[in-house]
Ligand binder design. Sequence first.
Ligand code: 6PG
Length: 466
Amino acid sequence: MSESRIGLVGLGTMGGALALNIAEKGFDIAVWNRTTEVARRFHAEAGDLAARITPTETLEALVAALARPRAIILMVPAGKAVDEQIAALRPLLEPEDLIIDAGNANFHDTNRRSRAGGGAFLGMGVSGGEEGARHGPSIMGGGRRADWDRVAPVLEAIAAKHKGEPCAAWLGEEGAGHFVKTVHNGIEYADMQMIAEIYGVLRDGLGRSAAEIGATFDGWNRGRLQSYLVEITGKVAGTLDPQSGLPILDVIVDAAGQKGTGRWTAIEAQHLAVPVPAIEAAVAARNLSAARAARREAEAIFGAGPRPLPAGALDEATLERALVCGKALCYAQGFEMIAAASREFGWTLPLPLIARIWRAGCIIRSAMLDDMASALAEAPDRNLIFAPFFAELVRETHGALREVVAAAALHGIATPALASGVAYFDALRTARGTANMIQGQRDFFGLHGFERLDDGRKGQHGPWAR
Ligand code: 6PG
C-alpha cells in the first residue's frame, strides 16, 4: 500500500468534505474517525475517489499509513476535543510530524498549542461551509512558515481560486490564522445582521412578501452588493416550506444560534481597544433574538415595535445604497481590528493578502473585496473608508444609510447594526468630538487629569468648585 500524503481526523460534515476535496485534487489521504463505522461508510460512499482514500481503524494505523514527515489535519469540534486529539496523537508521532487544527479554534488556544512544544503545529481557519470544504474553501494559515510551506501544495490545490489565484495563505505565527478567521466570522455576523435588518424594513416597513424580498436580493446580487451572503439571502427568501407550503422564512423561529466566533471577535476587539460597533451590535442582536420570552413580554407591555412606513418613504435603491454603505463600514472595522492585532501581537498580518484570500471560497466573499484588496495594497495602515474608492462610495451612500436608519427608528423597526454604522461614521468624521466632556467629568470626580487643547499640556485639572 502506498503511503498517504496527508491524514485527516474527524469525518463530520466539514472533515468528510475536506477529505474528498483532497482526494479529488490527486492526493492520497488516510482518514480516521472516532466511530470506525463512520470511516468505513465514508470510504464506501466515496465513489471514484475511494482509491485515493485509506480508511483506518486506529490512530496507530492512521499514523502508519502516512508518508514522513507526517501531516495530519484535525477537523473536530473546537475546544476540548482538539486538546484530547493532540494528546492522543503526539505520542505516536515524531517531533517534525505536523498536526493541523482546521476547526474554528479560539486563537488563544492556538497560541497555547503552538507554544506547548512536542511537535509541529499549524492553526488553520477554513471558511466556506460544507460546499467550500468540498469544492474550495478559503484557508487562513498560522504557525511556523516552514511548516506551512510543507503542506502548502495540498492546501493551495484544495482552496478556492479567484482568477486562478488560490485563496489560501500563511498569515503569521501561532494563532494568526485562527485570529483572522475569527475576525472573518465577526464580519460575517455583522454582514448577516445588516442584511436581516434590511429584510426587516422590507417585510415590516414596506409590507413586502418573502417572494418579493427574494427577488429584490436576487436583483441586488447582480449589482454592487454581489456577494455570497446576498445571493443566499435571495434564495432563502424565495424558498417555500414543503410541509406547509408557506415561505420557509415564515416557519423559521426568529432566534439566531451562535457557536461563539462572533462573540470572540467582539471580546477581542475590546481587549485591543478597536471600535467594531457593527460586530458588537450583531452579537448583541443575536443574543436579543434568543430572548424570545422577554421579547414577547415587552411586546405585550409596550405594543409591537414595527409599523408600516408611509407609502414612498423608502425605495429599493435607497435600501441598496444603505446596505452598500453598511457593508463597507463593517469590513473597514474588521480590517482595523486585524491591523491593531498585527501591531499588538507583532504578527505583521498582510491585510491586502487577507482581502485577496477572502475573494472566493469564504462566507463573506463579495465583489467589494476585490476593491478592498486594491485599497489595502495602496495603504494597509489606513482605515479602508479613507481610500479614495471607498471614500467616494461612502460619500455617495451614507445619506441613504441615514435615511433608512431614521425611517426605521421612527417606525419601531430595529436596525442596530445599520444604526451603529451611522454613529461610527459620524463619530469618525467629527474632528472635534465630545469626549472633552468625559475628560472634564473624570477630572471632576476623580482628578484623572486632562490634556489642554491650547498648549498641549497633559495632566491638567479644572478649577472645580466642590
Ligand atoms: C465559515 C463559517 C463557519 C460556520 C460559522 C457559523 O466561515 O465557513 O463561518 O465557520 O458556519 O462558524 O457560526 P455561528 O454558528 O456562530 O453562526
